[in-house]
Design a protein around this ligand. Structure first.
Ligand code: 6PG
Length: 241
């Protein structure tokens, strides 16, 4: 496991460090590529990161935004990951609309997943069976060690062939659309931003429990992806030895 973790006194300090890390990767990427691809997660923690990235010197006109997952709600819904990104990153950073590849989660779940998979396939010009390789994939983790919308027990955690799927999350009684493990594992850089004491057990299990991604889905990334860096506040890191 190549994953590294960095601990900070507050969520804001962790977000600041994660912002510097992501901005540096994007800028470095843009020295050798015309554009960079950046897949973001949702929830609530990423707001701290998005606000800082929006104020950074990243050349957003050359960065294409995608989503790791989305709740099956309209883009104006308070639960929408897109809305979180729009309010705190896309609008303040003036990300061109043509660079925004949101999940159309207002559609029926399977249709939204197919639509997103097609957009990714077209954008990355994927050959059949090929995985898109995002330059940066920003992730979070839930108290149950889920990441994206890959929740414990989800059979798609063992799927390495497909790119996107609609998943029904029993515990939340809701549909979501999520990138699948093959895509998460293919990312060039996978920064996690995690804050709060409620994440401490999940963080400890992801790093120190036996490898069991059906139980601890975030282990898919931490054990298989390249250049994984966790940015934690002290409460979230409290159980790490
Ligand atoms: C989502 C996210 C999800 C998130 C975790 C942690 O749609 O909820 O993509 O995977 O990263 O739930 O969310 P917080 O960081 O807000 O606790």
């Amino acid at each position: 496991m190549s994953a590294r973790w960095h601990t900070f006194p507050t969520p804001e300090a962790a977000a600041e460090a994660c912002c510097r890390h992501v901005a540096a990767i994007l800028e470095e990427t843009l020295t050798s590529q015309e554009i960079a691809t950046f897949a973001v997660s949702g929830g609530s923690t990423p707001r701290l990161l998005f606000e800082r990235l929006a104020a950074s010197a990243v050349q957003w006109k050359r960065v294409h935004l995608f989503w790791v997952d989305e709740r099956c709600v309209p883009p104006t819904d308070a639960e929408s990951n897109y809305r979180l990104s729009e309010e705190h990153l896309i609008v303040p950073a003036h990300v061109p609309r043509s660079n925004v590849h949101r999940i159309h989660a207002e559609l029926m779940p399977d249709h939204a997943a197919r639509h997103y998979a097609e957009e990714i396939r077209d954008f990355f010009a994927l050959e059949p069976g090929e995985m898109p390789q995002f330059d940066v994939m920003q992730l979070g983790v839930g108290p149950d060690a889920h990441t994206g919308s890959l929740f414990p027990g989800e059979a798609l955690i063992e799927n390495r062939e497909s790119v996107v799927a609609a998943v029904y999350v029993d515990k939340l009684n809701t549909w979501r659309v999520t990138l699948l493990p093959g895509v998460l594992m293919a990312a060039k850089h996978s920064p996690f931003l995690v804050a709060g004491a409620d994440k401490a057990e999940a963080v400890r299990n992801v790093f120190q429990a036996e490898y069991d991604p059906l139980k601890y889905p975030a282990q898919i990334v931490t054990h298989h992806s390249r250049r994984v860096a966790w940015f934690l506040d002290e409460p979230a890191a409290a159980l790490l030895e």
